[in-house]
Design a protein around this ligand. Structure first.
Ligand code: THU
Length: 165
């Protein structure tokens, strides 16, 4: 029997920065600051990510490009690698992503690439906590409850268990 299933998700969209709660605003500022530290001489697209941990600590990361293009790393993975390496037991509860071009913060919010979605998904699965995702543009902010919305039907440790003897 063929069943057609539907996957949908809701997210919040904000126009004005003042509409964000203070914690989210703080994370947006941290992500923007991180973006300004990016090393992106090839794409000239600077991305910053700020991760809020359960303890309140904020960890930042930026994209770091390389002349050998695949050796570069995105801002989200740079921030999460740092937080997992340095605060393994302090679970991320939110990640904010912001991007800049030469003329400043982009009007449209950036959206995490497929690799970064997979890494955020792994972190939710590792910690058992949802990670709030804040996509920050100059005049638009999108807030999503969990990576499950951006990566439905995801491959994770549950899939591997199927093959265990
Ligand atoms: N980039 C990120 O840092 N995060 C994303 O989710 C999308 C893309 C970076 C990678 C590369 O340095 C530049 O943006 C252009 O793709």
């Amino acid at each position: 029997m063929i069943e057609t299933k539907n996957i949908s998700f809701s997210y919040q969209e904000f126009e004005l920065p003042e509409e964000l709660n203070p914690d989210d605003s703080e994370l947006v500022l941290a992500a923007r600051e991180a973006a300004s530290n990016a090393y992106a001489p090839y794409s000239k697209f600077r991305v910053g990510a700020a991760v809020r941990l359960e303890s309140g600590i904020i960890v930042r990361g930026a994209n770091v490009e390389n002349a050998a293009f695949p050796s570069g790393i995105c801002a989200e993975r740079s921030a999460l690698s740092y937080s997992i390496s340095n605060h393994p037991d302090d679970k991320p509860i939110a990640i904010c992503i912001a991007s800049m071009r030469k003329d400043g913060i982009t009007y449209e919010p950036p959206s995490p690439c497929g690799n970064c979605r997979q890494v955020i998904a792994e972190e939710e699965s590792r910690t058992g906590n949802k990670i709030r995702i804040i996509l920050s543009g100059k005049n638009k902010t999108i807030i999503i409850d969990s990576i499950i919305c951006l990566l439905p039907l995801q491959f994770n440790k549950e899939n591997l268990k199927v093959n265990l003897p």
